[in-house]
Ligand binder design. Structure first.
Ligand code: SAM
Length: 334
């Protein structure tokens, strides 16, 4: 397969250019909103896609028109030889817009190499700047490791986006601290609305706070100037420059102001299931096809094309009163 095909479109005419590839369902944290302690059965190793299979899927996706690939998990750095895999992707696909989403607890020591490999951005999930709260949210005392990795990313000149899930009663009082952090550093801080995804998560209306309320809280601590660049480029975040600062602050509002009409994503889970919508449980099993010597990639291609024809509008699927979908976010990849 060579070169890029024409633009890939779904049945509603949305351009699909972005693949979120989960490399593992395992995570070394147990965040209360994602994979609370004791809530998960890990997928057995033989069902997890091998790195060569992931590379084949990236090749196929590139050929179909995908230009941006995000490696996620579980925790991607918790999978053995993850950095070697990142190098292989870069070697084989020098022009892919490659990004990583991580909790950053195992990231220290790698940012310099990631910068050399031309990784476009590292998204770090960090919900609090307070050590005790970090342990309460994630179940582990690892904030220092995250801060160290963040500093290394900045020193290496990597683009950093810092994602916090907005949790009413937990991290909302820290919004001014996050704004101050983005003001002083070239970081995009994004507060994401807490989503009711997965059986195990603790989504309750009383834990939810809207993006709009988050923005109001942020605007009380600094002057925010809307910066529409990300939305124009198809991203979900509503970003703001911070007057007198270097970084930005923004919100992602999948619930209060969904962006399904411009959704450009496909997801492949660590066990090789294609999902065309975060909020729909509909999955297409690619692994047995991929491993079948007769069917293989050509059939996988057909399945992706067929699945795209019915890629849903998430807001038609989502039930915000109850957790939607049976897979935890850690198994989907966020
Ligand atoms: N372990 C990696 C990390 O922490 O970034 C990657 C996987 S994690 C599932 C991907 C993203 O999903 C994280 O930013 C996490 O905060 C977000 N996430 C998980 N559960 C969520 C929920 N219920 N609502 C909103 N975001 C959620």
């Amino acid at each position: 397969m060579t070169g890029n095909a024409a633009k890939l479109r779904d049945g509603r005419g949305r351009e699909v250019s972005y693949l979120r590839l989960s490399v593992t369902d395992r995570c070394n944290l147990a965040c209360m909103y994602c994979r609370p302690k004791g809530s998960i059965n890990f997928i057995s190793h033989d069902k997890i896609l091998r790195y060569e299979e992931l590379l084949d899927l990236v090749a196929l996706a590139r050929d179909m028109g995908i230009s941006k690939v995000r490696l996620t998990g579980g925790e991607p750095f918790a999978r053995r030889d993850f950095m070697t895999f990142v190098e292989s992707i870069r070697r084989r696909f020098p022009d892919v817009d490659l990004r990583i989403t991580t909790n950053a607890t195992l990231l220290a020591g790698h940012p310099h190499t990631l910068a050399e490999l031309g990784v476009s951005a590292v998204n770090i999930s960090l919900d609090t700047l307070d050590r005790e709260k970090f342990e309460r949210i994630t179940g582990h005392d690892r904030l220092d490791a995250v801060r160290r990795a963040l500093d290394e990313c900045l020193a290496a000149g990597l683009r950093v986006k810092l994602n916090a899930v907005a949790l009413r009663g937990i991290n909302i009082p820290e919004i001014p601290d996050f704004v101050a952090m983005a003001k002083a550093n070239p970081i995009d801080v994004r507060f994401i609305e807490f989503m009711p995804v997965g059986d195990g998560n603790l989504w309750r209306p009383e834990n939810y706070i809207s993006a709009r309320d988050v923005l109001s809280a942020a605007a009380r601590s600094a002057e925010l100037v809307p910066d529409d660049h990300d939305r124009a480029a198809g991203g979900p975040a509503r970003m703001h420059r911070i007057e007198g600062g270097v970084g930005r602050f923004g919100v992602i509002s999948p619930l209060s102001e969904h962006f399904c009409d411009s959704c450009n994503r496909l997801r492949i889970t660590a066990d090789g299931k294609l999902r065309t919508c975060l909020f729909s449980d509909r999955e297409y099993r690619l692994r047995p096809i991929l491993r079948n010597p007769v069917l293989g990639l050509p059939k996988v291609r057909q399945i992706i094309a067929m699945a795209l024809r019915t890629k849903p509008l998430g807001y038609e699927v989502l039930n915000p009163q109850a957790a939607s979908g049976s897979r935890d976010m850690s198994a989907i990849g966020g």
